[in-house]
Unconditional design. Structure first.
Ligand code: HPA
Ligand code: ZN
Length: 324
């Protein structure tokens, strides 16, 4: 089964590139940039990755990304992940990146985007891995900041496949970002948003009604509202589910308690993703394998889930045809 999962043509639609920063690379970038880490060893970093909820993870995630300073660092970060993902049989990666915490540390947007974009071009050439870029706004900062970042990204609008919305969900409903998402829509940029990870089903509804998103990141709490589930099914709205993330952040207690089987029974368009693989215990293969073991999924189910991602990915039709 492990071989079948590795060979399965996989597309990853929900990945925070800053969350792919493995402790080894964290140490080498810290050294390169003369940054002191609050850890003595790689093992100590890994041992610190015990989370109670989304916020306790975000605290370490924002701290960890502090080692990223130059365009080269962002390039190395992305290439490091692309090589690992490619070795697991991932053929397409859509990466969220969070400009705001980098800008707040005095890193230029150019360094972030140009480093990532250079890695994307090399991945295509060297690994036959296609990619898409999703510029995410952190929802626990003011909407005005997000709007400023969107305007500042004008030289890169053409390169963005979508904008996204992430970070602490409680108390930061999608409606806060209506104007930013309206602006992106006017610019012809696609929109996705995290909703219903820790937040209530109403946030999923808002993301659909007010932000006009083409998919929902996480979305697992939709099950608390049967009318919403029916709507998501009718609209064939993709959910980018992240099983190991949900266990690590205690959205569910154990993988066996994950609502994926109910979501599948409800006829929803689901995809499997890793979210922040360096923090949550593995990449795409580990996520597929954990689900297969917990739910006894057949090859047919695994294939269906992998194909779903390819069908709704931001990729040109020639590439989609090649992967399907
Ligand atoms: N949820 C919300 N925001 C995030 C996450 C996540 O899992 N990872 C990085 N930013
Ligand atoms: Zn996420």
């Amino acid at each position: 089964m492990q071989d079948f999962i590795t060979r399965l043509p996989k597309a990853e639609l929900h990945l925070h590139i800053e969350g792919s920063l493995e402790p080894e690379l964290m140490f080498s970038l810290a050294e390169r940039n003369g940054i002191a880490l609050p850890y003595a060893s790689v093992e100590e970093v890994r041992a610190a990755y015990q989370f109670d909820d989304l916020q306790s993870f975000l605290d370490l995630y924002y701290q960890g990304m502090g080692v990223l300073r130059t365009s080269e660092d962002f390039f190395d970060l992305a290439m490091d992940y692309f090589r690992r993902a490619s070795a697991e049989g991932v053929l397409h990666v859509e990466l969220h990146f969070d400009p705001q915490p980098h800008l707040a540390r005095g890193i230029e947007l150019e360094a972030v985007i140009e480093g990532l974009a250079r890695a994307c071009r090399l991945a295509q050439r060297e690994l036959d891995l296609s990619t898409a870029l999703i510029m995410a706004f952190v929802r626990d900062r003011p909407a005005e900041d997000a709007m400023q970042v969107l305007e500042r990204a004008a030289p890169y609008w053409e390169m963005l496949d979508a904008i996204g919305l992430d970070s602490a969900e409680h108390g930061h409903p999608p409606e806060k970002f209506v104007e930013v998402f309206e602006r992106a829509r006017a610019l012809g940029i696609a929109r996705v948003a995290h909703a219903g990870e820790e937040g209530p089903p109403a946030y999923i509804e808002q993301a659909l009604d007010l932000l006009d998103v083409c998919r929902i990141d996480h979305g697992v709490r939709c099950l608390e509202d049967s009318a919403l589930v029916e709507r998501l099914r009718e609209e064939k709205m993709p959910l980018t589910v992240c099983p190991l993330s949900n266990v690590k952040l205690k959205v569910v207690e154990r993988i066996e308690d994950h609502p994926l089987p109910q979501l599948l029974d409800a006829g929803l368009l689901l995809t499997i993703n890793s979210d922040d693989p360096a923090y949550f215990g593995g990449g795409m293969r580990a996520n597929f394998l954990a689900c297969q073991r917990a739910f006894g999924w057949t090859e047919t189910t695994l294939l269906r889930l992998a194909r779903n991602a390819i069908e709704v990915a931001f990729m040109d039709e020639a590439r989609r045809h090649e992967l399907l």
